[in-house]
Write a protein that binds this ligand. Sequence first.
Ligand code: HEM
Length: 377
Amino acid sequence: MSTPPSISTAPTISTALASPVTYDPAYEIPEQDEQQTIQALVSTLQSISDVTARDSGHGYRSVHVKSHGVLRGNLTVAPGLPPELKQGIFGYEQVYETVIRLSTSPGDFLADSVSTPRGFAVKVIGVQGERLQGDAADNTQDFLLVTGPAFLNKDAKGFLSGLKLLAKTTNRFPEFKKVISAVLRGLARLVESLGGESATLKAMGGYPETHILGEQFFTQVPVLYGPYMAKLSVRPASSGLRALIGKHLNSRDDPHALRQAVNAFFATHAGQWEVLVQLCRNLDTMPIEDAAAVWPEHESPYLKVATIDVKPQKAWDDKLTPPIEDKLAFSPWNGIAAHRPLGSVMRARKLTYQHSSSFRRQMNGCPMHEPQSTQQL
Ligand code: HEM
């Protein structure tokens, strides 16, 4: 355990905010046929990995297959957090080592001009607490975040229907996907200019062509936060990263424009993100079983609990990074009981992530161990 460097002071909680709701198992209501949905998700995701394995001879993640960089850094818990925020891994004023993988959501390797939502998976190393699964000697906590404050579908069953359609297009129609992406980007802009929400259009390729390092990322679905329930978010904090918020990135001329942009930035810059927590303060407006619900920030603002600092480094190397990615697996179920995932979508992620990473391990003959330090990567 090392002493945290000084970072800006912890948030004060407005007295106008309702108290956080204490978790009760009655808030989680599995659907009767949930196990069938989960089995169907496992086989649909496997059908995606089967196509990429057949075409490449290698085992890849069923989704979020394309990486834009792997970064080593530190997560520093904010000092003096109020009791409601001082929970789980944020209960200790500690500096943890972290590894971050940046990605985009599809299961096939597409040119970046097919613009889709982006992922930010962070593994926090050296955490304490009762473990949810796996080896009792592990000491990592994963948080998986993507762009957008809520999930595309209300529950796992809704996600399965869309995934079945997408799975059929894996590694097919790459040129058509570029054209349709440009059309969808225009449609998404139109829908949003009319005050609508365009999460589906964005997921299908209509995501704006922006710099990935200017993004705010969200867990979208809740986890336990000690006795409470919360969503988490990560957003740019340092001036270098903040300058990239909303910045257009031309990806027409380079299929790996995002990866090059991440590499170019961290070749000369350090970066800092803030880690934020949104506590459930009203079950009617912040439900656990509706993954598509955006929890209203006026009722429960995202409050800062930590920072993640990354020093200048090589974020991507064509030879060195892919074997590191093969050894890494992130899952919301890899962590401590104090951050147990909650709700339909989260329950479905337990077996699906296990299955996808076991397939990769078997196919690539590469054992996966949780790292005890970033030096082991
Ligand atoms: C029912 C819903 C979901 C299913 C079935 C699902 C499934 C998966 C699977 C199988 C993987 C690959 C795992 C591996 O091989 O290591 C993955 C990766 C990922 N998922 Fe999900 N996912 C779901 C929802 C979400 C949500 C809600 C988020 C975040 C808000 C998310 C973020 C990510 C990210 C960032 C990765 C990449 C992790 C990495 O970099 O290795 N997923 N997902």
